[in-house]
Design a protein around this ligand. Structure first.
Ligand SMILES: [Zn+2]
Length: 177
């Protein structure tokens, strides 16, 4: 059986209507270097799964979400991180930022960990800026949380510890609701 044709770039995705394929494959780096960032059929399938299982539920729970980086071809990933392998290259990861006022990345991270089929959830440049989130693999362990500050590599953090770090806000109430 031939793979289904990709959905139109700029239409709402049927299974994740708050997102379009174009925002999941867009990269200013790819544009700047003239790189083709079209996913393979297999990567596209996983990207659509990521949108349906992870991005759309986050959007429904927390309002508008900007995808700063979704799919990356191996070549694009090399330009981004000097590495040709990443969950982004498999269509299984997105870097996102919440846009709604008062919604911060730790809140998304903790909710996603408790409710979504995620693998790694990484808060970059904690406590603000962006969140990396990827799909759980088959038979995967529960989602793992990591935090990085500034240029430091991400370090694992327990959900309770992250919640404690951000408890100065209304976050505590959200977590118990
Ligand atoms: Zn990422």
């Amino acid at each position: 059986m031939s793979p289904p044709s990709p959905p139109p770039l700029d239409r709402p995705l049927p299974s994740a209507p708050h997102f379009t394929l174009s925002e999941l494959v867009f990269s200013s780096t790819a544009q700047n270097y003239g790189l083709d960032n079209t996913p393979s059929p297999a990567a596209l399938e996983r990207l659509l799964q990521l949108a349906r299982l992870v991005l759309e539920p986050l959007r429904m729970r927390f309002g508008a979400i900007k995808v700063t980086s979704g799919y990356r071809s191996p070549e694009l990933n090399w330009y981004v991180s000097l590495n040709r392998t990443s969950r982004h290259c498999r269509g299984e990861a997105a870097d996102i930022r919440p846009l709604a006022p008062g919604v911060e990345t730790p809140l998304l991270a903790l909710w996603a960990r408790a409710n979504l089929p995620c693998g790694q959830i990484i808060l970059y440049n904690f406590p603000k800026d962006w969140l990396h989130i990827d799909l759980a693999g088959p038979g995967a362990s529960p989602p793992r949380l990591y935090v990085s500050q500034g240029q430091r590599s991400p370090a694992p953090i327990a959900a309770d510890d992250l919640a404690r770090l951000v408890s100065r806000r209304a976050l505590g109430k959200e977590l118990t609701s």
